[in-house]
Design a protein around this ligand. Sequence first.
Ligand code: GN1
Ligand code: MG
Length: 336
Amino acid sequence: MELNYAQYILDQLIPGSKATQLKVAKGGLINETFFLDTTNESYVLQKINKSVFKNYNRGLENIITVKNWLASTDFPYHFPTPIGDKYLEINGEVFRLQPFIHNSISYDSISNQEQAQEASSCLGLFYRALHKKPASSSLHLTIPNFHSGNFRLYQFSEAVKSAHKPRKARSKKLIKNIENHKQQLIDFDSINKMLPTRVVHNDTKISNFLFDKTSKKVSALIDLDTLMPGTVISDIGDMIRTYSNTLNENATDFDNVFANKEVINQIIDSFCSQAILSKEEKDQLKFGGRAITLIQCLRFLTDFLNNDIYYKVDYSDQNLDRAKNQWVLYNSLLIE
Ligand code: GN1
Ligand code: MG
């Protein structure tokens, strides 16, 4: 994107503001993100991927609903939402502008226990603040089956059927391995049916918690496109998946990928010290880590078999490598 295009967007949202610099932000496998500076303020400008977020207007309604709910609580973190509570549609493309959180930084993997503790208590406070909110009647299910084991297995088996030979051949072993673990995902669906419906973020990876560069504390919870009704194991599961991994999900040094158990205990302790959970929910938190990691493995492999139509890739085997990384991590999560 050019600076003058960002200026054009800015003119419609904050008239009189002057864009001075636009930089591409790395990270995020779906939307396009930029840092936009003006003479007075800094912003995050995003182009939304309409083929993934088909119901982006309903997604925006979810964001505003949750923002309003949080505003009446003492949730102590920034929750950056689109300026003007709106998206801009320009020539079939959809954009939003959000405030940049001053002095913040995001990480792809954690480098110490405190970061896991910080992010998990932030999420715990999010759950506490939204505890009694009517998630199922007030929030739209914008991506149906997002964390459905059955649906992900179906997409996977369709991809296996239609994949081109070379990609299928390179995935052969992993396909077989995953097929032997299908039951985990069937169990995941049954457990989800038993648990209470809550306001779920659905993308609690470490890079979606901004840290303050000076205090090293979490300052904001970001990336709200998947706010939907769901269950706690999706969120705790994605935390376990991304924080316990000693390397990040793009690492290809598979021998060194494993789940750090101390980090998992830290996540659960810090989260549970803030969130109000039932016994049934508490009992399933670790299982959530295994199931979400397996689902992510399946999703990366499915996309590899589909010729990378969903996740952005930097090289041709990247989705296969990501799937292998998640498979190794999943196996280490199975060891108690
Ligand atoms: C996607 O775009 P990003 O990086 O925020 C994905 C998540 C995955 C994640 C893996 C809507 O999130 O579910 O966990 O990649 N989001 C969607 O890094 O599919
Ligand atoms: Mg996301």
